[in-house]
Ligand binder design. Structure first.
Ligand SMILES: [Ca+2]
Length: 494
């Protein structure tokens, strides 16, 4: 699980927009049933599931420690008896929390202030700046706490959830939690089960442990890594957020429980000293020893920027979130920090989280180019035929109307010489004000509805056998219908 540091820099290869669309597919057309028919404006590329690259999310991020040595200056000693002065005022003698996420994985470390078993512990809080999917978390150890409680927040620290436990005495410290390493489990565990990893096997400070008097860490779950680094007196503690939590026949990306379990905006480690170890530690060390403090050389967090399957990269977010904040470079018609909603006007389909098996995308409303406003209508979606559609266009311009601005509004008819997206697609009916029953014509043919005895496309002439009158209610009458004394000269067109 330990990746070479060079592979984990945040400048790792970035995804691009093209990673989110199928390269082979021709543009697909929306099969509109609108009167105006299909239109090039409605073409969309075929979506492909995409996600930002896997990386070490912790690199160069700020870690806030509730306690750090050096103020006032204090001498700290390693288990091997090497001592140094910790002075926060002097850069070369500083053991600040920034050393936990620097590139100098092995050679720099953070050391806490003095810790006693009565203390509530020391917090290390790593803010990721936005939601990320975390696969595992590691920390390299120098001065190991008796217990570490790992918490995660998915809402920027508003609420915290216990994620994982480490202890050199799991049964005493955390009864009720399964003890062991998930890597060793022969069974699948509950997606949200909090496991306590037993560190007694790898903790040299525990009398009787496999390593209490040596620097060999062969019995640890990370024996390979530990053998490599044992000359530097380091141990890697790690836990996985997904291993053994989902069954092979299940798709974890479609399992919202596991997906949510892996999500974090912030990670907090609570490092604790327990009463039971004080004697052994005092026996081995002088009064000011690192055993009285905690020391970690590095924190690694393997994961991805979380974008709901709609972005292949994340970009720095200068607008919000402070330093280190990032935002998804959303594709598929989505927007938001995590691409968690459809863009305005892209609401013809409901937003969905994309998966490998079911890449999804938002779709533009089908408004034939006559408006750039629409809204999602759930009942329209529910009752729409295939292909499903929910967008209702708002403020149709150019005398158009309808859910898709797909026909002409009353008083106008289709101009078949103009394209569907033309501003001249609809022409005034121009019905004769006296001859027609209203100013409204057939929206497709333009034919006006005429009063009795009136004819013509625009109701602008009397039918054969009819004569024009001065009566607006009956502009054309048969001659025998004329009322005596009100005869008028007959004209041509009324
Ligand atoms: Ca370091």
């Amino acid at each position: 699980l330990i990746l070479p540091a060079l592979c984990l820099t945040r400048s790792a290869a970035l995804g691009s927009e093209s990673d989110c669309y199928s390269p082979t597919s021709a543009a697909t057309r929306y099969d509109s049933k609108a009167v105006f028919g299909n239109h090039g404006d409605q073409e969309q590329r075929e979506a492909k599931y995409c996600e930002p690259p896997f990386e070490n999310l912790a690199v160069n991020r700020q870690v806030v420690a509730s306690s750090t040595c050096g103020s006032p200056p204090i001498r700290v000693c390693s288990r091997r008896g090497f001592c140094d002065l910790c002075d926060s005022e002097q850069r070369k003698l500083s053991y600040s929390a920034s050393h936990l996420t620097d590139y100098h994985v092995h050679s720099t470390c953070w050391i806490s202030g003095r810790v006693s078993p009565d203390d509530s512990g020391v917090n290390l809080t790593l803010s990721l700046g936005k939601k990320h999917t975390v696969y595992y978390s590691d920390r390299l150890r120098i001065g190991l706490p008796d217990a570490i409680e790992a918490y995660k927040s998915a809402d920027f620290g508003a609420t915290w959830q216990l994620w994982h436990l480490f202890s050199n005495n799991c049964s005493a410290d955390y009864p009720g939690h399964r003890a062991g390493y998930s890597y060793d489990f022969g069974v699948y565990i509950n997606p949200r089960e909090v496991v306590c990893s037993d560190t007694s096997q790898v903790d040299p400070a525990v009398p009787g442990s496999a390593n209490s008097d040596t620097d060999k860490f062969d019995s640890s779950p990370h024996s390979d890594e530990n053998r490599r680094s044992n000359s530097m007196d380091r141990i890697v503690l790690s836990f996985s957020t997904n291993f053994k939590r989902y069954r092979p026949q299940e798709d974890r990306d479609r399992d919202p429980i596991i997906a949510d379990w892996m999500l974090a905006t912030d990670i907090r480690l609570l490092l604790r000293r327990k009463q039971r170890r004080q004697q052994s530690r005092r026996r081995d060390f002088p009064a000011v020893a690192v055993g009285d403090a905690f020391a970690l050389s590095n924190i690694d967090v393997g994961g991805r920027c979380f974008c709901n399957g709609h972005a292949a990269r994340c970009l720095p977010n200068s607008k919000a979130g402070g330093p280190g904040a990032s935002v998804c470079d959303c594709q598929h018609g989505t927007e938001g920090e995590d691409c968690e909603r459809c863009k305005p006007f892209w609401v013809d389909l409901p937003w969905r989280r994309g998966t490998q098996e079911q890449p999804t995308q938002c779709r533009r409303c089908q408004c034939n180019g006559h408006t750039d406003r629409c809204h999602f209508d759930a009942s329209t979606y529910q009752f729409s035929a295939q292909p499903k559609s929910a967008g209702v266009c708002l403020g149709c311009r150019h005398n158009t109307a309808g859910r898709n601005c797909q026909y002409c509004r009353p008083g106008y008819h289709r101009n078949w010489l103009a394209a569907v997206d033309s501003v001249r697609v609809c022409t005034l009916c121009n019905c004769h004000p006296l001859g027609s029953t209203s100013g409204i014509c057939d929206r497709d043919t333009g034919r006006c509805v005429c009063k009795s005895g009136v004819g013509g496309e625009k109701c602008d002439r009397c039918l054969a056998g009819f004569e024009q009158t001065s009566d607006p209610a009956a502009p054309c009458r048969r001659p025998q219908d004329k009322v005596k004394g009100t005869e008028l000269e007959l004209g041509g067109a009324i």
